[in-house]
Design a protein around this ligand. Structure first.
Ligand code: PEP
Ligand code: MN
Length: 694
């Protein structure tokens, strides 16, 4: 033991040097941003360019992957760095000179609001004296009484929703929003000493903290959840009481600050749990028009039919995209509502000012809460595409004349007079007649449907953490957009490998997270739907379940895209009627998947019906993808059928890939090796007339 000490010390010294090197590089990066800000000061160009930001992220993620560093780690760090750069440039343009401000927040020291307030100040180069108040109201009162310059209050949480009390304060006081901040909430359970969870009788937290961990709390039936004024305050109370039967929910930082032991990490219902905070002032701020801004307002419309719609049309008609619409009851006016609206725009911009004037004319009441630099914006989505980077692809013959262009051929199919006579009317919502434009479905930040081409790839079954994570990284680096992996497997024989079940789902989700890919997996039973919808990005219905109507109905009730495979012996009409079951329950997000049907032909596992792609695109607005792996059952046929599927107008592919295909626990014969997958992706970029060019 003695001998190892100097070694560790030496290694730690090395680590310290690397850390300070990282800090020096961040300082250097900020120096460059400062220079860029100076150049932009002279011009009129906007700061915050989503395309450029995406390229930066893609670049560093590719580099990280090459070095074996987790993509999600690098993505998280660089998102923060980019957001800091945007704030830095904004500060420059707005001439914010730094300084010292007094900030009120709700809660005890180390509360999430405290952390968010510090993050906001750091982003603007401000120093702060922060004071915690017991209630939201008390923090707002301190601002109104001039005891604070700013108040930082939470306005919504991505799991628990809007915070009504803060909306009520905004409505009834002269408070203006001058900024926003987001904070990733990371709840843990902590107690005065290490005790088994079964020994706990009481758990303290802010009502929001309890609500965001409600599933975890349900797993502890012997404890009483008890509300406390604040998360960090609850930790403080547990520390002071020393009672071993009491624990609290707050951040690990708060647990450490009050000397508590963390019993469980990551106990929130949702992994991605963010709170959005608003920064309030007694005066509205004016923000340089080159800074991407949001404007928030309260609206009361007239009582005529269509009044709300007219108001919303003022915003959309003037090119302002709305990021939030919240309705709240009007106090003392039963069944009347006021609306809280956030949209992308800046009241200092004449185009927005005109829209706001029109809005005032169209509504009964408009209170502008403020225009402020935007922080919480969803990443822009992009259509899926297959990169054209391989030299082989560039040399492949390309179509010169538009006449050969498959897009045109498909448009001709979609535009042809539709043969309604003789067609069954077993579906109407998924019928092209119900919606002329293609349905486009957002999965992560990729769009499925329309002009995009999405590749979903991965093993037939998740077999181990190593297998799925390795495959995820490989397919991601070679252009796949979605990671596939079965965890509940519908197998012909009950003695065949049945999948890893929920443990497999955890491995799949972890691999997806690490590689930055959304995941698709098969759901087999009604009682799996709700739980699976919380973790997976797309729920697959296997061919054998296409007419499991109870399952389809249940999938219609969740807010997750459904990948509906064509049944082994189903007609296209039956398949569309099955999709109708999902859509009729309210979930419009159905992606159809042709995976081959049973015919007399026995040379291939199934007969891949590529004509179904053209028929579906004519009869329905839903996206349709092709699974050439199950469609042929032989890996050597996968690439040509994938190529043909793309040329036929499919919106994407579902492909089985395995690190060691011959050893795969299911569907070994049809699984591609990594090299075969890489070659397939190169070939796909050369499909004539495809959107891959450029
Ligand atoms: C699968 O995708 O692994 C699968 C079982 O497919 P299918 O339902 O098409 O047989
Ligand atoms: Mn399979």
């Amino acid at each position: 033991m003695e001998e190892q000490q100097p070694d560790i010390a030496g290694l730690r010294q090395g680590l310290d040097e690397v850390d300070s090197g990282i800090v020096r590089l961040i300082a250097e990066r900020r120096g460059l941003i400062e220079a860029i800000a100076k150049v932009k000061e002279q011009g009129t160009s906007a700061i915050g360019d989503p395309d450029r930001e995406r390229r930066v992220l893609d670049g560093v993620v590719a580099e990280a992957t090459a070095l074996g560093v987790s993509a999600s780690l690098v993505r998280t760090i660089f998102r923060e760095l980019i957001s800091d750069s945007v704030a830095q440039q904004a500060r420059h343009l707005n001439g914010d000179g730094g300084g010292r401000v007094r900030v009120a927040f709700q809660g005890a020291a180390h509360a999430y609001s405290d952390a968010a307030a510090r993050k906001y100040l750091a982003g603007r180069g401000l120093e702060g004296d922060l004071t915690g108040y017991r209630t939201f109201r008390a923090a707002a009162d301190a601002l109104l009484a001039g005891e604070a310059d700013l108040a930082v209050l939470p306005i919504e949480n991505t799991t628990a929703g809007s915070i009504n009390e803060v909306y009520a304060l905004l409505r009834s006081h002269e408070l203006f929003i001058v900024g926003e901040e987001t904070w990733k909430v990371d709840h843990c359970l902590a107690a005065a000493q290490e005790v088994p969870l079964s020994a706990l009788t009481r758990i303290l937290s802010h009502p929001q903290g309890l609500e965001q961990c409600s599933q975890f709390l349900q797993s502890l039936p012997n404890t009483t959840p008890t509300t406390y004024f604040d998360t960090a305050g609850a930790m403080q109370a547990v520390a002071q009481s020393g009672d071993p039967g009491t624990a609290a929910i707050a951040s690990p930082e708060a647990a450490a600050a009050y000397g508590l032991v963390v019993l469980r990490h990551d106990i929130a219902d949702a992994d991605d749990n963010y709170t959005r905070f608003v920064v309030l002032s007694g005066q509205p701020a004016t923000v340089d028009v080159r800074i991407p801004c949001k404007t928030s307002l309260i609206l009361v419309t007239g009582h005529e039919e269509g009044d709300l719609l007219r108001c919303l049309e003022v915003l959309s008609g003037s090119g302002h995209s709305m990021t939030k619409l919240e309705s709240r009851p009007r106090p003392g006016r039963p069944w009347e509502y006021m609306f809280f609206i956030d949209f992308e725009g800046n009241a200092a911009d004449p185009r927005t000012a005109i829209a706001l004037d029109e809005l005032r004319a169209a509504a009964l009441f408009v209170k502008i809460l403020g225009s402020y630099p935007a922080k919480a914006l969803r990443a822009p989505a992009r259509p899926g595409d297959v990169a054209d980077e391989a030299p082989a692809a560039a040399a492949a013959p390309r179509t010169e004349s538009g006449a050969q262009d498959p897009t045109e051929m498909l448009e001709a199919v979609a535009a042809a007079p539709r043969p309604t006579a003789g067609r069954s009317r077993q579906y109407k919502l998924v019928d092209r007649a119900a919606r002329q434009a293609d349905t486009v479905i957002r999965v992560g930040d990729v769009l499925v449907g329309g002009d995009g081409f999405v590749v979903m790839a991965g093993p037939c079954s998740v077999e181990s953490g190593e297998q799925i994570s390795g495959t995820a990284k490989f397919v991601r680096d070679h252009g796949a957009h979605v990671l596939r992996g079965g965890v509940f497997k519908p197998r012909t024989s009950p003695y065949a490998f049945q999948g890893l079940g929920w443990d497999g789902l955890d491995l799949l989700v972890t691999a997806g997270r690490e590689s930055g890919l959304p995941v698709v997996t098969e759901v087999m039973a009604v009682d799996q739907v709700q739980r699976m919808a919380k973790a997976a990005d797309i729920l697959q219905v296997g061919a054998r379940n296409m007419q499991n109507f109870d399952l389809l109905r249940e999938l219609g009730k969740v807010d997750r895209p459904v990948l509906l495979k064509r049944g082994l012996s189903s007609t296209i009409e039956e398949w569309l009627a099955a999709a109708e079951y999902v859509v009729a329950q309210g979930n419009q997000q159905v992606i159809l998947c042709e995976r081959g049907i049973r015919t007399f032909e026995s040379a291939t596992r199934n007969t891949l019906d590529l004509s179904a792609v053209a028929v579906i695109r004519e009869r329905s607005h839903l996206p349709v993808i092709v699974d050439p792996s199950h469609g042929t059952g032989q890996r050597r046929y996968v690439a040509p059928m994938a190529w043909a599927a793309r040329a036929a107008g499919a919106h994407g592919l579902l492909i089985e890939v395995h690190p060691d295909p011959d050893q795969a626990l299911s569907d070994a014969d049809q699984s591609l090796s990594f090299d075969q997958f890489a070659a397939l992706m190169r070939q796909l970029a050369a499909v004539p007339g495809s959107t891959a060019a450029g």
